[in-house]
Design a binder for this molecule. Structure first.
Ligand code: SF4
Ligand code: SF4
Length: 228
């Protein structure tokens, strides 16, 4: 698979999933039980993370797909501040969202309309924040503090990182194409940034030295040629 084919495939998949965002974030204000679909996204993100890290966030998450498709053309695309990667900030966001949902559920318990509205409200507010961050900084800034993304990234630490072969010349192209602004050629058991990898493969297909692979203990060039 060539670089543009890999990007096109990803964009095509995202073109289906982003639709669910306005369905719930806008439609939910008119039919509040739609808010319960949020639980599907939460379960999906966590469930997939046990097998494929944050791959849900790549194209299966409607908000992630929306941010990639619609914010990329207008985003300032500057470096995401380290603040957004800090564990304390991410943990705070996770706690905050669960407290907000928990309190609203407690007050509305038994009233499905009100409970659904609580979820729609949270989705709408976080989406507005995600859009502002996506425009002002980088499309995927929100994904660093997304509560379910944080849980998925903790679980993903149990998995092997993307591997870098000895042919890497540290040119930095992989970081330039990475939607999460990661440096995959620096992933290691000590550099846990790999747990935020979306497994989009953009870096794998962009590397001029064919140095990156999700397979372990393989000749990267052979692996690349097999995929072509
Ligand atoms: S694009 Fe390839 S060669 Fe360049 S830094 Fe990344 S892994 Fe190394
Ligand atoms: S490190 Fe590579 S596979 Fe992971 S998110 Fe970045 S570009 Fe995609």
């Amino acid at each position: 698979m060539k670089v543009h084919e890999a990007i096109l495939r990803r964009t095509n998949l995202q073109a289906y999933t982003w639709v669910m965002l306005p369905v719930v974030a806008i439609g939910g204000w008119f039919y509040t039980p739609l808010g319960f679909l949020l639980f599907g996204c939460m379960i999906g993100a966590v469930g997939v993370s046990f097998f494929r890290g944050r791959n849900w966030c790549d194209w299966m998450c409607p908000r992630g797909a929306f941010l990639d498709l619609f914010l990329r053309p207008i985003s300032r695309k500057i470096t995401i501040p380290a603040f957004f990667r800090h564990e304390a900030v991410r943990s705070f966001m996770l706690l905050l969202i669960f407290i907000v949902i928990g309190v609203q559920f407690y007050l509305a318990w038994g009233d499905l309309q009100a409970m659904g509205l609580a979820l729609v409200r949270v989705l709408t507010i976080t989406t507005v924040v995600g859009i502002l961050l996506g425009w002002g900084i980088h499309p995927r800034t929100w994904c660093h503090i997304c509560p379910m993304g944080t849980v998925a990234h903790w679980i993903a630490r149990r998995q092997k990182p993307l591997q870098t072969g000895s042919s890497c010349v540290s040119c930095g192209i992989c970081t330039k194409v990475c939607p999460m602004q990661l440096a995959p050629n620096e992933f290691s058991d000590h550099n846990l940034e790999y747990s935020d990898c979306l497994r989009c493969s953009s870096c794998v297909y962009s590397c001029p030295k064919m140095a990156l692979s999700f397979e372990n203990n393989v000749n990267r060039t052979e692996s690349y040629q097999k995929a072509s």
